[in-house]
Design a protein. Structure first.
Length: 187
């Protein structure tokens, strides 16, 4: 093993501190607007809805079973069970807020840098705020509850664009299917 020549050693780095004008002190997160609402839209379903779900599930399971798709039968049963659970168990209440860092949905924080456009839609009797997100879940759906739509629009418009994107091919197909096969007929 050779010893390093002292003349080839690099001198120790000098402490370099940039001028104080280049530092930006971190700011604490402050809540601008906060409200509580249900975690998802909910509608009390009638017996007709459950009867339709069971009928469609049984028909699909029979067709898939005779086609030899046993694992797909399990998936269909799981989706039917999920739709039953979502229709019978009401959602819990969560806290939503708009802060100086971004939008907070319960404990999840979505920073302004990763948010895109926003728009509103109505489902059942609930007003829903949709925000495009650059990471999963890619689209954030927040119920407004008793919160004023105008106040939320005013705050979000300062940072985000209020524009509904065009429907994707899957969304168009889902709307068409929903019109052709209504699961729940309102009286």
């Amino acid at each position: 093993m050779q010893k390093a020549d002292k003349s080839q050693q690099v001198p120790p780095a000098q402490d370099f501190t940039p001028p104080a004008s280049q530092f930006i002190a971190p700011q604490p997160e402050e809540t601008v607007l906060q409200w509580q609402a249900a975690s998802r839209p909910f509608k009390k379903r009638k017996k007709q809805y459950f009867t339709t779900i069971v009928t469609i599930t049984l028909l699909l399971c029979l067709i898939l079973f005779f086609a030899g798709q046993v694992l797909t039968v399990a998936v269909v049963l799981a989706v039917a069970f999920l739709s039953y659970i979502m229709a019978t168990i009401p959602p819990h209440t969560i806290t939503n807020s708009i802060t100086t860092y971004g939008v907070r949905n319960e404990e999840a924080l979505y920073y302004w840098e990763e948010l895109g456009t926003f728009w509103f839609e109505k489902k059942y009797s609930d007003e829903i705020l949709y925000i495009e997100v650059s990471r999963f879940p890619y689209r954030l759906a927040i119920l407004l509850g008793n919160q004023s739509k105008e106040e939320v629009t005013e705050l979000l418009s300062e940072v985000l664009l209020n524009q509904k994107p065009p429907l994707s091919q899957i969304e168009k197909s889902a709307q068409w299917l929903q019109k052709k096969i209504p699961l729940d007929i309102d009286s």
